[in-house]
Design a protein. Structure first.
Ligand code: C2E
Ligand code: MG
Ligand code: MG
Ligand code: MG
Length: 289
């Protein structure tokens, strides 16, 4: 692709680089404006206890309501926000907004917020930020879970692990997100300061077709129980996947078949109406084999 720089000569770019670069620049500028204009929102996806069918935890997920592009997925803008460092201010906003939303929920329902590696950088004291949010809102620390991906922990382990220990000492729970997509061995799990393992949707999607995935699920759930860790599976989309997953001893099930991410108002209605347990019994036999 050739592009005029506005004067009389042409500047030649390689196509992919140019498109990617322009996209990123546009996003960077937009992200800063979006923050000021209040275009970010959180949506909430309930996580169900497979035995009781009730909601035990709710994951908060960022959305960007862009005036021209419409709703932009975090898969698109979170990597840009991470690269520019804007994820620090955006991430703090997400934690505080999610914690404030949780104040309106029953006391046994927790809130889970994703955090990026950059939020643990030394110029940004995440432990102090979380402590301040909990103090000023009064949310009991046990009702807050922070989700961190496997790959994040491997990239910058020692420093992040120290912060995670401090957060856990405060009573905040830590979930290892997207488990199964990184490189960590099962024995590595024993060393991490975590409370919950969230099994990635790629596992869930193969569960009804793959003998190997079934064997892995058995191994992971056995080990998790021995280590005292809770297990949540994410990305359950079909009744077949739900039926297979319910053979394992799980603490939480999350997926489109049960509920998609929704507004805080819609979530409140779901928690109150106990739609959760109805939905659970609709899609499967409540008595596990
Ligand atoms: P994640 O933390 O693994 O979140 C789960 C993603 O799976 C969400 O995508 C959710 O909408 C989607 N999902 C839930 N159930 C199903 C299902 O049954 N099938 C399928 N195919 N997908 C399902 P979403 O909302 O687009 O978020 C993508 C990622 O963006 C998140 O993945 C997380 O890593 C990141 N993200 C979202 N919000 C934040 C945030 O506040 N801070 C940071 N740092 N990252 C965030
Ligand atoms: Mg997550
Ligand atoms: Mg994540
Ligand atoms: Mg995940």
């Amino acid at each position: 692709k050739a592009k005029s720089d506005g004067r009389n000569h042409l500047v030649v770019y390689t196509p992919e680089l140019s498109v990617e670069h322009d996209e990123h620049l546009a996003f960077e500028v937009d992200l800063r404006d979006a923050m000021r204009a209040g275009q970010f929102q959180l949506v909430y996806q309930p996580i169900y206890n497979p035995r009781s069918g009730s909601v035990t935890l709710v994951e908060a997920l960022l959305r960007w309501d862009h005036p021209q592009r419409g709703v932009v997925s975090p898969a698109t803008f979170v990597p840009v926000a991470e690269r520019t460092g804007l994820i620090k201010v955006l991430g703090t906003w997400a934690i505080e907004t999610a914690v404030r939303a949780a104040l309106a929920w029953p006391r046994n329902v927790g809130v889970s917020v994703n955090v990026s590696a950059r939020q643990f950088e030394s110029d940004h004291d995440l432990v102090a930020i979380v402590a301040a949010i909990l103090r000023k809102t009064g949310l009991p620390p046990r009702r807050l879970t922070l989700e961190i991906t496997e790959s994040t922990l491997i990239e910058d382990a020692p420093h992040i692990i120290e912060s995670l220990k401090k957060l856990r000492a405060m009573g905040v729970r830590i979930a290892l997100d997207d488990f199964g997509t990184g490189y960590s061995s099962l024995s590595y799990l024993a060393k991490l300061p975590i409370d919950i393992i969230k099994i990635d949707k790629t596992f869930s999607h193969e569960i009804d077709s793959s003998v190997k995935v079934n064997a892995l699920m058995t191994a992971i759930t056995d080990l998790a129980h021995k280590l005292g860790l809770s297990i949540i599976v994410e990305g359950i989309e079909t009744a077949a996947q739900l039926a297979v997953m319910r053979r394992f001893s799980l603490h939480g099930i999350q997926g489109f078949i049960l509920a998609k991410p929704m507004s805080d108002e819609a979530l409140l209605a779901i928690i109150k109406d106990r739609v959760a347990s109805d939905r659970m019994s609709l899609v499967g036999d409540l008595t596990a084999p």
